[in-house]
Design a protein around this ligand. Structure first.
Ligand code: SF4
Ligand code: SF4
Length: 172
């Protein structure tokens, strides 16, 4: 099931489920996850994060939730609003590959059916049309461009059929 952005509400006052050591162990196996437990909460990552004023939970708090095994972390908007700028990763004094961990968390969330609608519709558009975005005729006209030629999507579909993305889409 696909949820909209509306699900990513504030965590203020929220009671979390019990700590889940298996979840922490699972995250530790992600790319970058092996150093997770060395995080000492200096918040240097959050201090440089360009989306820190847009998210309901900061990146250093995400790291804390992972160490504590709080699976609710997959419902935070931080993992989807991350611009993958790698600033946090560059700044971390512990050398934790934070951004890489976020990639893994996106995959975990997607597998559980937790993803913003826009991402899911983009993936579907890519499969159906071979494009993530279709410019309108007037947009191209304004720029003096010809119409976009029709794409043969058979090859694209063949490639995407071999990815896990397709399987995930079918399950959503
Ligand atoms: S910068 Fe590194 S050590 Fe500091 S809070 Fe962020 S992840 Fe943890
Ligand atoms: S990679 Fe993501 S979490 Fe890290 S600083 Fe950039 S936007 Fe923030």
């Amino acid at each position: 099931m696909t949820e909209s952005w509306g699900q990513f509400k504030s965590f203020e006052g929220k009671k979390f489920k019990a700590l889940d050591p298996e979840f922490t162990a699972e995250v530790s196996k992600l790319i970058g996850g092996q150093d997770l437990t060395t995080c000492f909460q200096c918040a240097k990552c959050s201090a440089g994060c360009p989306v820190s004023d847009k998210v309901n939970i900061q990146i250093h708090e995400v790291m804390r939730m992972l160490v504590f095994g709080l699976t609710e972390v997959l419902q935070t908007d931080m993992i989807w609003l991350c611009t993958t700028c790698y600033t946090c990763q560059e700044r971390c004094p512990q050398g934790i590959d934070i951004t890489d961990i976020l990639f893994g968390l996106k995959n975990m969330a997607y597998r559980k059916g937790i993803a913003p609608l826009g991402y899911v519709t983009s993936a579907k558009a890519l499969y159906d049309t071979g494009k993530l975005y279709s410019p309108t005729e007037w947009e191209r006209e304004d720029l003096g461009l010809d119409d976009v030629p029709e794409l043969d999507v058979a090859e694209t579909k063949k490639m995407l059929d071999k990815t896990k993305l397709r399987k995930l889409q079918e399950d959503m």
